[in-house]
Design a binder for this molecule. Structure first.
Ligand code: FE2
Length: 292
């Protein structure tokens, strides 16, 4: 449930929260979100990344979710992700600026972050990965629900994706997905790239010492799902099964896919990504126009 962002003729954004969204009815939070969206919309290539005036509520929310996730990562996150988090060394006591996280990532793996006001078109989002650039929102979830966000906020972008992008092995998989997306064009082949990305770099798990451990950014940044993912159906990696599986971004995933190891994941994604072209979607039986 991404809160829709309306942009008027003068380019001023206005975010609206649907009923049931934690921010519904909180005008102060809505104005803050509008300011953050406006900064992203004003951003142009080559500009310094905009610094956000985070509020005491934002910092408090970050502190709470950051501490909760850190303790879950010790139990449920893959070794590669935990090591990468240590290298990224995000602050736990305040919201980091996107510019800080981006500088750190650039130093570690060459990836940089770019501000996103809201949903970025798929071809642009995935294509940028080929240039080692990741589109990231800068807002923080509503303080009334610190352990849940209906949208990808800074916690998802930086603690989830930032952590994995701080690993040169995961960063290479993101880049390969971006190169595959560029070759895919804008039809069903891009859908295939997006689905495989979803079930690996967003929601993937891998075996480690007989346990399933999370490496996907969505799991690493989801307080509830990270504790419960071992109870869902976990299947071996399978491209055809992934790309034809309906999925719902608004609820817990009922099926996940496990790699046998990080090397197995690299082989699987390397083979898939390098083979993507404009006909991949057709070969996998995806139907143009079908909802995805
Ligand atoms: Fe994500």
């Amino acid at each position: 449930m991404f809160a829709p962002l309306v942009i008027d003729a003068a380019g001023t954004p206005d975010v609206t929260f649907p009923p049931g969204h934690p921010g519904a009815g909180d005008d102060e939070y809505r104005m803050h979100r509008n300011e953050i969206a406006a900064a992203a919309l004003a951003y142009r290539d080559g500009d310094p990344l905009p610094d956000i005036g985070y509020t005491p509520r934002d910092h408090d929310t970050w502190r709470r979710i950051s501490a909760a996730l850190a303790s879950l990562h010790r139990e449920f996150a893959s070794t590669e992700a935990r090591d990468a988090a240590e290298r990224l060394a995000l602050p736990a006591d305040r919201v980091p600026q996107l510019s800080e996280a981006s500088r750190r990532l650039e130093h570690l793996t060459g990836f940089t972050l770019r501000p996103a006001a809201g949903i970025v078109p798929l071809s642009e989002f995935y294509g940028s990965l080929a240039d080692c650039m990741f589109h990231a929102t800068q807002f923080i979830r509503h303080p009334s629900k610190p352990l849940f966000s209906p949208e990808p906020d800074m916690v998802h972008e930086v603690i989830g994706h930032g952590t994995t992008l701080a690993s040169s092995r995961f960063a290479k998989l993101y880049r390969q997905a971006g190169e595959a997306a560029r070759r895919a064009g804008n039809g069903t082949s891009l859908k295939a790239v997006s689905r495989v990305f979803w079930f690996t770099l967003e929601y993937g798990v891998m075996e480690e010492n007989g346990q399933f451990m999370a490496y996907g950014a969505s799991l690493l940044s989801a307080y509830g799902e990270l504790q419960s993912f071992r109870g869902v159906e976990i299947r071996p990696l399978d491209v055809r099964d992934m790309v034809t599986r309906p999925y719902d971004v608004t609820s817990y995933q009922p099926v996940l896919y496990a790699a046998e190891s990080l090397a197995h994941l690299e082989d699987f994604l390397g083979e898939f990504s390098s083979g993507v072209d404009g006909d991949t979607g057709d070969r996998l039986g995806l139907v143009p126009g079908e909802k995805w």
